[in-house]
Write a protein that binds this ligand. Structure first.
Ligand SMILES: C[S@@+](CC[C@H](N)C(=O)[O-])C[C@H]1O[C@@H](n2cnc3c(N)ncnc32)[C@H](O)[C@@H]1O
Length: 420
């Protein structure tokens, strides 16, 4: 049997060589999965070299006494293309209409929206290991890591149509002047702008917290717009605050959307999507069966939350939690610490449950519980086929950080109308 037939895709892709191979290169698995997904298009050339090296390292690990050449590794890689099946919950469209890249990808909220519109993702980056796990389970591709590194940026292919990025908001240290491209150096926006400058995509779609509008007394947004419009020459209409609840999810979540068009597209006007006439209530997304021992709060813990809230309110602080009635909509999700309990749900079915020793103290009789990870997924508009392979604590954080998919999709549809 030839060497190439003696190593399987599962061995290279899965856990078998995890410690040795992953430690050897932080780009190996990302390049390998990106190569498999892009072997039919021009982007493959950007991943080929590192993908071969990844297979070579796996072969060397499996056959320590053999002298493995790059040619043999490449043969093995190509052999794997026969076995490669895109049987993941969210495969790329069979006949893509456009290409996009997914920066600060999180768990792929942008990707679901863009794929649903016929997009093919040709590059993705996210550095959080738990988020990568969720991303890989759903799309079969491992994101590249730190996007500020040149080694990461060099993998980004040329010629894609849309750049998507929900980048974290950071102030620029610009004293008294309207900042330009160089003044944003050292921030994540600089890296986004740098990629736009190098790759010149037809359109850009940036998402951020609503607070970006007034961040640093409006200077942060002003600098971003100045760089995009004046330094990079994009047509950027006035950014828009979009509320997720207007697009079919029961969540009051406002985010700022910034879109832009390359001057070569000749786009000079753009209309953001209008709110849909579709109101969804929490009861529409409520899980039918919820394990009582896992999500319902004990009387004792509920009291702790009440006390915590009262203490903070008496000091004028904002801590609070909201109990969402069935007919209501949740307020934007806040992650971390006690904030995780921000959205509690009344679920009267608790009356049918007998409290067990799993819950410290007795289950509260009001039927108040946390939302389940699946309910969080639905709150953000993720389809139920979306896999949640991580522990609940990570899932809460990931959905909280993510985008409301339907709001992204409605806006992306408008972008595509203008450039395709
Ligand atoms: C606001 S979240 C975006 C979530 C994403 N839009 C989604 O749908 O899940 C920002 C993400 O950027 C990631 N991130 C922050 N700095 C990064 C960096 N330097 N390189 C790669 N990812 C980074 C964070 O781990 C986080 O998941």
């Amino acid at each position: 049997m030839k060497l190439r037939e003696k190593i399987s895709l599962e061995e290279v892709c899965g856990q078998t060589f995890k410690i040795r191979v992953v430690e050897a290169s932080e780009y190996g698995k990302a390049a390998f999965t990106h190569y498999l997904h892009n072997n039919q298009n021009d982007a493959a050339q950007f991943y080929r070299k590192e993908a071969i090296q990844h297979v070579k390292r796996a072969l060397e690990y499996k056959y320590p006494n053999d002298d493995i050449s790059s040619i043999e590794a490449e043969e093995a890689l190509h052999y794997m293309l026969f076995d490669f099946k895109k049987d993941v919950p969210f495969p790329e469209p069979a006949k893509p209409k456009f290409e996009f890249i997914d920066l600060f990808a999180g768990i792929g909220g942008f990707r679901i929206a863009m794929q649903s519109l016929g997009g093919k993702c040709v590059f993705t980056s996210e550095w959080d290991e738990q988020a990568k796990k969720t991303y890989e389970a759903n799309f079969g591709e491992v994101p590249f890591g730190d996007i500020t590194k040149e080694e990461t940026k060099k993998f980004i292919p040329d010629g894609f149509d849309v750049l998507c990025a929900g980048f974290p908001c950071q102030a620029f240290s610009i004293a008294g002047k309207r900042g330009g491209f160089e003044d944003t150096r050292g921030t994540l926006f600089f890296d986004v702008a740098d990629i736009i400058k190098r790759k010149q995509p037809k359109a850009i779609f940036l998402e951020n917290v609503k607070g970006l509008r007034n961040h640093d007394r409006g200077k942060t947004l002003e600098t971003i717009l100045n760089v995009l419009r004046n330094d990079l020459g994009y047509f950027v209409p006035e950014p828009q605050i979009i509320n997720a609840k207007d697009f079919g999810v029961p969540q009051n979540r406002e985010r700022i959307f910034i879109v832009g068009f390359h001057e070569g597209t000749n786009v000079s006007e753009f209309e953001y999507p209008k709110p849909l006439d579709k109101k969804v209530k929490f009861e529409d997304i409520k899980e039918k069966k919820v394990p009582p021992t896992k999500f319902f709060l004990s009387t004792q813990y509920l009291q702790t939350l009440h006390n915590h809230k009262a203490r903070h309110e008496s000091k004028g602080n904002g801590f609070g939690f909201e109990i969402i009635p069935d007919t209501g909509i949740a307020n934007a999700v806040v992650c971390g610490g006690m904030g995780r309990e921000r959205n509690l749900v009344i679920d009267k079915r608790i009356k049918d449950f007998t409290p067990t020793t799993h819950i410290k103290g007795e289950v509260n009789r009001e039927g108040i519980r946390k939302m389940t990870p699946r309910e969080w997924a639905r709150l953000q508009g993720f389809p139920d086929s979306f896999l949640i392979p991580v522990a609940d604590a990570s899932a809460y954080k990931q959905f909280g950080n993510s985008v409301a998919v339907p709001a992204i999709q409605a806006t992306a549809a408008k972008i595509l109308e203008t450039i395709l």
